[in-house]
Design a protein around this ligand. Structure first.
Ligand code: ZN
Length: 316
């Protein structure tokens, strides 16, 4: 008798992905499509149903326990309601779990996308076997999730662990949330790209502008140039690592995780930043918190999908 499966959806503002996932987080079939984010919830829900029908048709004889969804916040994971995600037009208090339960005839669990990725890394990835981790994704923005004492930390209305918007300085540019000095505003991949763009100019002969074809410099260009040994890129990455180290120090003091797991686009450069991050933590963290490893995520873009599946596969 084969083990039962879960269906999983990773609903992003850009891409929608669905999968059938076996126990242990093994993806059996996966498909994606661009999210019709401007067309309103009815259209996107139709997209979800179509992708799931396709996934189901590829595993026809297997028992399906239910569906787990990772979706952009804010959302209420208990009620299964998408509150008002900024990346999806027209979504206001959409009872997504109930709608899909009725259409699919399956139990449905909804979770914040960052929390879903944290669950994936904790149960099947870099945090496996640990009781407490903080997952931090550093890409366009900074997001994350906290697993504390063996469960995801939800807080009031499921809004806990908005890591990117903790204030860590009084200066710097304005965050998209409206505040100044957010972790995300100074340490995201976007922030690194802006710093690199400001530090260079078209035609200046820098390696960064060569890689960007004299356009705006991105975090990826900085990482690539740094890996080649470019001094300017290495200095920018050292500054990035210092901000990450400051933010991580706060997370160590707040949550005392057994590991900080770093995902997102900029995690490809984690090895280049590791020494500077560790130095900053050593300078700033109290001694009892200093020896916690900062490790790269293990599941890449699959973390959210398998984490969503785990909402159904794992009993809690
Ligand atoms: Zn902010």
């Amino acid at each position: 008798m084969p083990e039962p499966l879960a269906l999983a959806v990773d609903l992003g503002g850009t891409e929608l992905r669905a999968a059938a996932v076996a126990p242990g987080g093994r993806i059996l079939t996966e498909a994606g499509t661009p999210t019709d984010a401007m067309a309103g919830p009815e259209r996107v829900i139709d997209q979800i149903v179509a992708l799931l029908a396709d996934a189901r048709s590829r595993v026809p004889d297997l028992e399906i326990l239910g569906l787990g969804i990772g979706a952009p916040g804010p959302l209420d994971p208990i009620a299964g309601i998408s509150i008002a995600p900024p990346t999806l037009r027209g979504w206001h208090d959409v009872p997504l779990a109930a709608i899909l339960r009725d259409r699919l005839g399956l139990p449905v669990r909804l979770e914040n996308d960052a929390n879903a990725a944290a669950l994936g890394e904790w149960r099947y990835g870099a945090g496996r076997g640990l009781a407490s981790i903080v997952f931090v994704t550093v890409s366009t923005g900074i997001g994350g999730g906290v697993v504390a004492d063996g469960r995801i930390l939800h807080g009031r209305r499921g809004l806990a662990a908005e890591i990117g918007h903790m204030t860590i300085t009084e200066s710097g540019g304005r965050c998209f949330c409206g505040a100044v000095g957010c972790f995300e505003a100074v340490a995201s991949g976007s922030a690194l790209g802006w710093s690199a763009t400001k530090a260079t100019s078209p035609g200046d002969g820098s390696r960064l502008r060569a890689l960007s074809a004299d356009g705006a410099v991105t975090a990826r260009h900085v990482a690539d140039a740094a890996r080649e040994g470019d001094r300017q890129a290495l200095a920018l990455l050292a500054e990035e690592a210092r901000w990450l180290g400051i933010g991580f120090t706060n997370l160590l003091h707040l949550y005392s995780p057994e590991a900080i797991v770093v995902g997102g686009g900029l995690s490809v450069a984690l090895d280049l930043m590791a020494a500077d991050i560790a130095r900053t933590i050593t300078e700033r963290a109290m001694p009892a918190y200093r020896d916690v490893p900062v490790v790269a995520a293990g599941l890449g873009r699959h973390a959210g999908l398998v984490g969503a599946a785990s909402l159904v596969l794992e009993a809690n």
